[in-house]
Design a protein around this ligand. Sequence first.
Ligand SMILES: [Ca+2]
Ligand SMILES: [Ca+2]
Length: 182
Amino acid sequence: MEKVTKFSGTVALGTAALAVAPAQAPALQINEVESNNTFATAQTVSLTVGDSIEGGIATANDDIDFFRITGLPPGAATFSLQMLGGGATGTLRAAVYADATTVVDLVDIAINPTFFPVTVPGSGSVVLGIKEQSQATGFESYRITLDSVRPAQVPEPATLALAAAGLAGLAGLHVARRRKHG
Ligand SMILES: [Ca+2]
Ligand SMILES: [Ca+2]
């Protein structure tokens, strides 16, 4: 059974978000739906910066959890990933999936938080899968926190104009130098 923790109020970007989060954050229970581990039934979760998902992996009957995280600004996002306990020597693997079996990028996670930067496509949706990596232990719980987002930069017209002027200036300089040497 996975749990999404939604913090109320405005949360600043970056790791400072955790510091300003209310201690008594409301929690929303979401059901385990990917019993066949199929990509199509990934649980859909909308997160804002500072929000967390907590869940558990059991090697025997729940060896992967898929989350389709939506509503992210296209560009980049960083997740903080942490194994919370269970088998202290175990390892979980977090991965971005393009479909049920295709891994785009991955990172192994353990007790210490690991930061996982991912590319957010135009759809604003990223599917994270959490999977048991070490076969030695039976159960591991984990926390996924949206640590920060970095929307893709769109150059402003003024910036483009300045760049164009700079290039034109360089071109003029080049021509002038050639004339001097010629
Ligand atoms: Ca689970
Ligand atoms: Ca599962």
